[in-house]
Design a protein. Sequence first.
Length: 378
Amino acid sequence: MNKTSKIILGVIIAIVVVGGIWYGVSKNQTPAEKSPIKVGVILPLTGTSADAAEYAKKGLSLALKEINSDNTKNKIELVFEDSQYKNDAAVTAVNKLISFDGVKYIIGDYGSSQTLAIAPIAEQNKIILITPTSQASGITKAGDYVFRTQINTADEAKYFADFLVGKIGSDRLSIIAINTDYGADYINDFSTAFKEKGGNLGIIQKIESTASDFRTEILKSQNDNAKHILLITNRKIGGQIIKQASELKTQFNFFATSPIEGNELIQIAGAAADGLIYPYPFNSNSADDYQQQFQNKYANEYGGIKAEMVAANAYDTLMILNKCFNNVGIDTESVKNCLYNTQNYSGASGLISFDKNGDVQKPLIIKAIKNGQFTEVK
């Protein structure tokens, strides 16, 4: 073998050796783990309605635990921001999530006013925004990237107006409502339906979310000869109104809207809350298999308690987002189309189908407080 042949053979052997080493190393390397998908969450973690945020966090945490325990699928990271139940804080939160954290998907807010404040920002930046709780009818037209897993005020108000006309007949009904977008839309939707059905509607009074003394409003309702008061408020304010009405020894029958359900109401109003009647778009005693499985998982995770509406809606919101991530990837437009195509999804809060406006419809039931417990009225 001449010198040239020896050189060529040496080069070939070197290539084979290096190639073998590279193949062996690359074959044994563990594939790099994918970065988790960041999902922003905006809730009133402090201040008014912080109790509702806790319900939402429990539902989200349970969903996150299930999603991230599956080693074959995507992992999700939740980035929480506090809106404090204030529009300016919600706007600051959404801008931070988009600009600093780089999220493309946001769950929130709780209050309708805050959701409406951040919706244009999400829409402008083509960020998918899903609220598990906001009910104001105005959200229906908030944008192509805005969805919700909660029913709107129009659906609930019409249902409850029909019930109340049958319940109280020609008795006069007064309204005390929180001065928010939710309160304004519910007043409009309810008043229209109630009057159309022949209801006797008295004075309508608006109150601020920071107020704590409602004796003036209670006495004005009394002077208006109202026998009943409809509370369009959160749990804290509703509890204070019922308690103060009891202290004034008035004889009102109280009704309320669905956000009234929560432990904070009972803690504040005590026994005076007994007899309160309200509509609710969630049945914790549903015979549906999936809903029962969810309640069992929730009870095991949180000390035996049952999930209420906010927790179930929040759970469904993250699970539906994750379903789309698994089916179409994380491209925003693809996920948006996946959401619009979600029909008859069997969730913890019931069957979910998004319409062309990103809204859902759910069956309502009537509930009442009896002996300090939230109970379905059969």
